[in-house]
Design a binder for this molecule. Structure first.
Ligand code: SF4
Length: 152
């Protein structure tokens, strides 16, 4: 495990462009229903321009296009102008570019807007899912997860 962990960290560092400025990005997107804090895993401004990178473990799936990348795109455009968005899969050391059209970004942001509106209105029930929940940051505190007696 120690070897694997060393390898993962080593690959994350090695992938940084030489001479690039590493930015400690903590951005906010102001949306119609609230603000969204965006803290990308890695942001650098190097010879090829700004790169916004999400760090993932495991192997790349067929499609890398989670809604989160729309936040990366929108926040990067706001803060840095034109920027590349990528996913770095640390287990296999593969970088996958995640381009998105303006239309797709807009549609994804609309989903966040709807979610925020629903949360504010108290109409956003948790929807537990045995595949998604274990990887969710809220997993251990989520009130939507039933107790052990449940079949979930
Ligand atoms: S742990 Fe809770 S918040 Fe996270 S995906 Fe599951 S139901 Fe949703």
């Amino acid at each position: 495990y120690r070897e694997a962990a060393d390898g993962i960290i080593g690959r994350a560092i090695t992938r940084r462009s030489s001479g690039a400025e590493i930015l400690d990005a903590d951005w906010q997107l102001v949306r119609p229903n609230g603000r969204i804090r965006v803290r990308p895993d890695h942001v650098e401004n190097g010879p090829e321009g700004p790169i916004i990178r999400r760090l993932r473990t495991g192997k790349p799936p067929k499609n890398v296009n989670d809604d989160l990348y729309a936040l990366y795109h929108a926040a990067a455009a706001q803060e840095l102008g034109n920027a590349k968005v990528e996913a770095l899969f640390l287990t296999t050391d593969e970088v996958v570019p995640v381009p998105m059209s303006e239309k797709v970004i807009g549609n994804r942001l609309q989903k966040y807007d709807n979610a925020i509106a629903g949360i504010r209105a108290g109409h956003f029930p948790a929807s537990p899912d045995e595949r998604t929940c274990p990887r969710c940051p809220q997993y251990f505190i989520c009130p939507g997860i039933p107790g052990e007696s449940s079949e979930f």
